[in-house]
Write a protein that binds this ligand. Structure first.
Ligand SMILES: [Zn+2]
Length: 354
């Protein structure tokens, strides 16, 4: 039997909704990572997958509490008619943070929905937080069918940093979607800068770490199946990911971690992909889940860091946008020896086989 291992970047606008299948292609196992923002297109895509391919999912991961990841999951779990049946849910909810604040509306709603559905919650971590230990081996979880997951983020520190902003973040998630955009735009004044792309200059721009505590609390992991590997990073911080990958490289006695495909953290934000992080992965294939809507992702700086750091890369994007299409230039592809791929279907729905 030739096994399957695929990831689908579903149409999730500026967010993530990732559908993974592995195992026997006739009866694959499934993992769902995030559910995108509140969006009819995303909901229809996930509902269609559940109806056509099956409602049993080995693992549902809610990487973190931002609206573009959590809101679609809320809809899925609160609407029993959809019938999604995860065997396990990974989600760091309010009860996994020291509770000295009130609020956390969406987090509480998701927690309530998980409990109401009687779903196993973080049981792979004995019901506590999905988090890296400060030292010692990285947590490894084996899923049915031979999938191995190695946790790379978050750290306890990152979860603790989330505590004071939890209330603010979930309000933002449900009630004030524009606020995040304003903040992000303010941080990225050069985003829409006119003029020709100059990847060498852009790649040399200073790296500034993402300051969002919610992003920093992202669950990130390496998924390995049948000799192939996929790095899933939520909106994790580059520094946390780099530390996790360095620990993994040390555990395995290698200088860099071989990765067959790398889903960029934070939709390709320049604040989440450092040269240090890139240097830790031996990878030629990079996945971008974003429409460019709201935040203007992926950043030109991120793509520049990738294409100038290695040859023969493939960039795979679920959306054609003003932020991805310029990279299709034949001159640019020749010069920096990369290729770019968009969905081969009308919808912004990318299927990548590992
Ligand atoms: Zn996001």
């Amino acid at each position: 039997m030739t096994s399957t291992f695929t990831i689908e970047l579903l149409p999730a606008r500026h967010g993530d909704a990732l559908w993974i299948e592995y195992g026997d292609p006739r009866r694959p196992h499934r993992i769902l990572v995030d559910g995108g923002p509140r969006s009819t297109v995303t909901r229809t895509a996930i509902e269609g997958l559940v109806a056509e391919r099956g409602s049993d999912v080995e693992l549902l991961v809610v990487s973190h509490i931002d609206a573009d990841h959590i809101t679609g999951v809320l809809g899925l779990l609160e609407n029993r008619a959809i019938g999604l049946r995860p065997r396990e849910v990974w989600f760091n909810g309010w009860e996994h943070l020291p509770a000295d604040l009130l609020g956390a509306k969406q987090g509480e709603r998701l927690g309530a929905a998980i409990v109401a559905r009687g779903l196993p919650w973080n049981t792979d971590f004995a019901g506590t937080a999905v988090v890296l230990p400060d030292d010692g081996p990285l947590p490894v979880v084996d899923l049915p069918g031979g999938m191995r997951l190695t946790l790379l983020s978050p750290t306890r520190r990152a979860l603790a940093d989330l505590r004071p902003v939890w209330k603010k973040e979930v309000e933002k998630a449900g009630l004030v979607p524009g606020a995040a955009a304003e903040e992000e735009r303010a941080r990225q004044p050069d985003l829409l800068g006119a003029g020709a792309l100059d990847p060498e200059a852009l790649a040399g721009e200073a790296f500034e770490e993402d300051g969002s505590a919610a992003n920093g609390s992202s669950i990130a992991f390496l998924a390995e199946f049948d000799g192939r590997s996929l790095l899933l990073t939520g909106d994790a911080h580059a520094g946390v990911l780099a530390d996790g990958l360095r620990r993994l490289a040390a555990e395995r006695g290698v200088a860099t971690v071989p990765v067959d495909a790398f889903k960029l953290p934070h939709h390709g934000s320049r604040h989440n992909l450092s040269a240090e992080l890139l240097d830790l992965v031996d990878c030629r294939r990079f996945l971008f889940s974003t429409s460019g809507h709201v935040f203007g992702h992926p950043d030109r700086v991120t793509v520049s860091r990738i294409v100038t750091s290695r040859d023969d890369t493939v960039l795979e994007c679920n959306y054609r946008s003003e932020f991805t299409e310029p990279w299709e230039s034949a001159r640019m592809r020749r010069r920096f020896r990369y290729d770019i791929r968009f969905p081969d279907r009308p919808e912004p729905w990318l299927l990548a086989a590992l």
